[in-house]
Ligand binder design. Structure first.
Ligand SMILES: *[C@@H]1O[C@H](CO)[C@@H](O)[C@H](O)[C@H]1NC(C)=O
Ligand SMILES: *[C@@H]1O[C@H](CO)[C@@H](O)[C@H](O)[C@H]1NC(C)=O
Ligand SMILES: *[C@@H]1O[C@H](CO)[C@@H](O)[C@H](O)[C@H]1NC(C)=O
Length: 543
């Protein structure tokens, strides 16, 4: 039965992929509006194809330089346009480079003729989204070694459904080299994600260098080479900005804090009865030195992460660990605290520290569930279940949904046959606003999470892709774009597009993806970013 289904389905898709009349261009995520015709616009060779912009923005210039390569994955090609040069014209309303939650990412594309190719946008970030969409309109013909845009004239008008389209990486369970984080940013940018949530430290390791508390990484990193310096962080933040991606750091406390104790053991609660699992060990919240270290570290980090939002974790605090430490118990007695009071006290301290740094706190849903009164404005990231989203938004908080998109897991869980096959469909049909009937606008988006106990740079791409394409479309496109059969050809095309750019994204069913190696060319190196920025450019982007 299953076999029959697969074969019939492959035949159907074979027809679609032949791009017969009516199929139109495959763009992922599906734009708000897309109309097309039946002409073919020839594209000149890469050496005479120019991307022009009406604004001079260092950040947008990096993006256009990158796409001037990405438009032509099979090399420069042979000119078929018949003109000495051909240009894509980018018209941006404002050259303002401010990147914040809710930045205008809308854009329009018009492919009218070989001499009229335009992207218009209100911001440079909308222009970047347009560049990605434009790249997906180009096709390559290996016989003539030339590029063209089929289905012209094309008119696209597009903007995202959700403001927060995040992806979480975990560099505590496995260190990811900086160049590989830049590669991850490439892969996210191709799919219009706009938040890199960087779960930097956890129980297992503390790779982040602090100049105020140098023992944190000196003793807490897996290896002296497995660290993130201030310069590294600046490079990541600047590189992400060239895709309109905001980088949000997470320091997960007071639970999951064992990694802080390699450098400064006095930061940890003493609870030997819980030591069988290092994830149980919490910070010693009774000790003033704990708040001193957090303040020093966060002050340093706020200078490196310009975004308004700062994630302080807060999940899975094991109260029993605190209750086993006599010094914490005597502090709690003195203060008249039970465990939830103690957690509330700690969360209030974090809010106070972040207020001083002009940062807004994000926490996982646990403190909310425990009954901790969170400060107004706190954003709650939901990892447990959909029904919590309703409670969070009804309590007046903004919500980010993650529970449906755990990339370390097969979804649905417990399916032992077929492994990861078709599990993208479950990701695809999971909506961040699922089950939310009031205050829906407070659901600002969602985040996929790649917890990395068993994933590093060798396996990251194949664990994440092509499944993340489903999340990308869910977060960008309208809620009613939810049919898996219509989505499949878009996902297949985009999986192939990004494979040509060096992302190891594989197929979703029997098909063929023409990659460079078939033509004797090499693919971009997966362990490096598409463009490496020099220090001056990084400083200029961040200024
Ligand atoms: C491709 O074009 C670029 C200019 O855009 C030029 O620098 C490069 O040498 C060309 N490559 C080949 C193989 O002709
Ligand atoms: C605080 O941050 C907000 C948002 O990033 C910004 O608009 C404001 O100017 C900042 N205030 C201060 C005092 O730095
Ligand atoms: C898809 O969207 C339609 C219209 O919004 C809705 O009625 C339907 O329940 C959705 N299907 C799934 C699987 O979510």
């Amino acid at each position: 039965m299953r076999q029959t289904f697969v074969i019939v389905f492959a035949l159907l898709v074979g027809v679609t992929l032949a791009q017969g009349p009516g199929s139109g261009p495959f763009v992922l995520p599906q734009p708000v509006s897309l109309t097309w015709g039946s002409q073919v616009v020839p594209i000149s060779d890469a050496s005479t194809f120019i991307i022009q912009s009406n604004v001079n923005s260092v950040t947008l210039n990096v993006a256009t330089k990158r796409y001037s390569t990405l438009f032509f994955p099979f090399g420069n090609g042979t000119s078929t346009s018949g003109a000495p040069t051909q240009s894509l014209s980018i018209q941006v309303q404002s050259s303002n480079e401010d990147l914040a939650l809710g930045v205008d990412e809308s854009y329009k594309i018009a492919v009218d003729s070989a001499s009229s190719l335009t992207i218009t946008a209100n911001t440079i970030y909308g222009a970047m989204r347009g560049l990605e969409t434009f790249s997906q309109l180009l096709t390559y013909n290996p016989k003539s070694n030339s590029y063209s845009i089929p289905f012209a004239p094309i008119s696209i008008s597009d903007s995202p459904r959700f403001q927060w389209r995040g992806f979480m990486i975990d560099t505590a369970r496995h260190y990811e080299p900086v160049n590989f984080i830049l590669h991850i940013i490439d892969a996210l940018g191709y799919n219009k994600f706009n938040v890199l949530h960087w779960h930097m430290v956890d129980a297992e390791s503390f790779p982040v260098v602090s100049t105020t508390y140098p023992e944190l990484s000196a003793k807490g990193a897996f290896n002296p080479l497995a660290i993130y310096t201030h310069d590294d962080i600046e490079e990541v933040v600047a590189y992400a900005k060239t895709y309109g991606i905001r980088v949000i750091p997470e320091f997960d406390i007071p639970g999951h804090a064992y990694g802080w104790g390699f450098g400064y053991p006095q930061l940890l609660a003493q609870c030997p009865g819980y030591a069988y699992n290092i994830n149980n060990i919490a910070l010693n919240i009774a000790e003033p030195f704990t708040y001193q270290v957090i303040t020093g570290l966060f002050t340093e980090m706020a200078a490196l992460f310009p975004d308004q939002y700062f994630h302080t974790g807060g999940d899975e605090v094991i109260f029993g660990c605190w209750l086993q430490d006599p010094s914490i118990v005597s502090w709690m007695n003195k203060m008249g605290f039970d465990s939830v009071h103690a957690e509330t006290y700690f969360e209030n301290q974090l809010t106070y520290i972040l207020d001083g740094l002009n940062r807004t706190k994000i926490v996982w849903n646990d403190p909310f569930q425990n009954g901790v009164t969170l400060a107004p404005g706190t954003v709650v990231q939901i990892w447990n279940s959909a029904d919590i989203t309703q409670q969070v938004v009804d309590a007046g908080f903004k919500a980010i949904a993650s529970y449906a998109w755990y990339f370390d897991k097969q979804q649905p869980m417990g399916v032992s046959t077929g492994e990861f096959e078709n599990t993208w469909e479950v990701f695809y049909t999971s909506d961040p606003a699922s089950g939310v009937t009031s205050n829906v606008d407070s659901v600002i988006g969602g985040e996929a999470t790649m917890w990395s106990e068993q994933v590093d740079q060798m396996s990251w791409d194949t664990r994440v892709f092509p499944r993340a394409l489903a999340v990308a479309e869910r977060l960008w496109s309208a809620a009613y774009i939810n049919d898996t059969n219509s989505a499949l050809p878009r996902l297949e095309q985009q999986s192939c597009n990004i494979a040509r750019r060096g992302v190891n994204s594989g197929p979703l069913e029997p098909d063929f993806c023409l990659i460079q190696t078939y033509l004797g060319m090499s693919r971009p190196n997966r362990l490096r970013p598409i463009i490496k920025l020099d220090r001056d450019t990084i400083k200029s982007i961040l200024s």
